[in-house]
Design a protein around this ligand. Structure first.
Ligand code: LRH
Ligand code: MN
Ligand code: MN
Length: 388
């Protein structure tokens, strides 16, 4: 069996992955949302469920919120509730994609009234961050156009810079803004923040507290995502990941499910660039579980990240560097592939047990009775969905 060095064990012990509150609500395609028994009815129940993921894996100590989906009367109370469930509140996500006013844009809108409304929403999100103790405000903008000529691309970029400046200036000393990019959808011709370069240009103009968020599902097929990871780390601007996996578009499937090798390559570059165990890089999931049960779906997800992290930590870096500098093409590739093909699951199971965690978190959750309990308890009321 593969064993881990103390250095690798120390890295694994520090790893933490943030869960999205919306992964616990119902979601679906534009054709149908299937209800899942036991689905939370409010943000409190979503956080209780997130606590289960952390309890069984030790990997997920924080939960990201989406505003207004997770609006509550008292965020101080929600914070306390999270602590009671062994987790804390993490990144606050703004939402400018479900309001009629934003049909033609939010932070880029031509109409100052609407643009001001969108800016104010972000300022309100920062108020939430003050109450929850969150560090990061994550901004994803659904703005763009469908037809060439529909909009003045350049003027929109200027208005975006201006809006972001107002938001940035409201951040506290220990708070940050992370700007997520996405190459298309919901707009099909142009998107105002379509790629890492645009996000980088915008956040670099703001200052040190603004970083790029990389959602793995937001790239065209065939994009070398690990190259982008390398470049952003090199520039000191990789603020966070939204992990998920995709076969076609922004599928939001379980991270590492579609292409474990890509996840390994990304984590390899994270390690190479000093991004692992680095508090400046937040590792989050951004997923939906349309068919599978949500809590085990999240457990599987964090375990996938842990597994590929452990494999990437096994890369023999001195041997890799030697092969690379000798231009030993096949030798260098073999060093990387040896690590990728190593089955670390038995070593991780043993390591978990040594830390008082279940060797098999999926089995432990299934045996815990929690799923049966929530399915019995949460009848009546409205199940929270991707949205409310
Ligand atoms: C947009 C996105 C963004 C949103 C989330 C629900 O596709 O990735 O991060 O906040 O999905
Ligand atoms: Mn995302
Ligand atoms: Mn997405």
């Amino acid at each position: 069996m593969t064993t881990f060095t103390p250095d690798i064990e120390a890295s694994l012990a520090q790893q933490s992955i943030e869960l999205p509150s919306w992964a616990f609500g119902n979601s679906g395609t534009r054709f149908k949302v299937f209800a899942t028994p036991g689905t939370p009815r409010d943000p409190y129940e979503k956080i209780a469920d997130a606590g289960q993921v952390h309890k069984h894996t030790g990997l997920a100590p924080s939960v990201a919120l989406h505003i207004p989906w997770d609006l509550v009367d008292s965020f101080a109370d929600l914070r306390k509730h999270a602590e009671d469930h062994g987790v804390r509140l993490g990144t606050i996500n703004s939402n400018t994609f479900q309001d009629d006013d934003y049909k033609f844009g939010a932070l880029t809108h031509e109409d100052d009234r609407i643009r001001r409304k969108a800016v104010d929403h972000h300022l309100a999100c920062i108020d939430v961050m003050d109450a929850t103790g969150s560090r990061d405000l994550k901004i994803w903008l659904a703005e763009g156009s469908n037809y060439p000529g529909q909009n003045d691309l350049r003027a929109r970029q200027d208005r975006l810079a201006d809006s972001l400046r107002t938001i940035y200036d409201r951040l506290g000393d220990d708070q940050r803004l992370v700007l997520e990019y996405k190459f298309f959808e919901p707009a099909f011709y142009h998107t105002d923040v379509p790629d890492w370069g645009t996000s980088y240009v915008q956040v670099a103009a703001l200052g040190d507290k603004a970083m790029v968020c990389l959602d793995t599902g937001h790239h065209a097929p065939g994009t070398n995502i690990e190259f982008i990871v390398m470049q952003l780390l090199r520039l000191g601007k990789l603020g966070s990941f939204d992990f998920n996996s995709r076969f076609y578009a922004d599928d939001d499937l379980i991270v590492g499910a579609a292409d474990p090798f890509q996840l390994f390559r990304i984590l390899d570059q994270v390690i190479r660039g000093g991004g692992l165990n680095n508090p400046d890089v937040a590792f989050m999931l951004d997923q939906c579980h349309n068919l599978e049960a949500k809590i085990p779906g999240q457990i599987r997800s964090v375990l996938n990240v842990q597994e590929m992290t452990a494999r990437a930590l096994l890369v023999d870096r001195p041997a890799l560097a030697a092969a690379q500098s000798a231009n030993d093409v096949l030798g260098a590739n073999a060093v990387l592939m040896d690590a990728f093909y190593t089955d670390v699951r038995p070593a991780l199971a043993a390591w978990r047990e040594s830390r008082g965690l279940p060797a098999d978190p999926m089995a432990a959750y299934a045996a815990s009775g929690y799923q049966q309990q929530i399915e019995a308890d949460r009848v009546g009321g409205t199940q929270a969905g991707w949205g409310a």
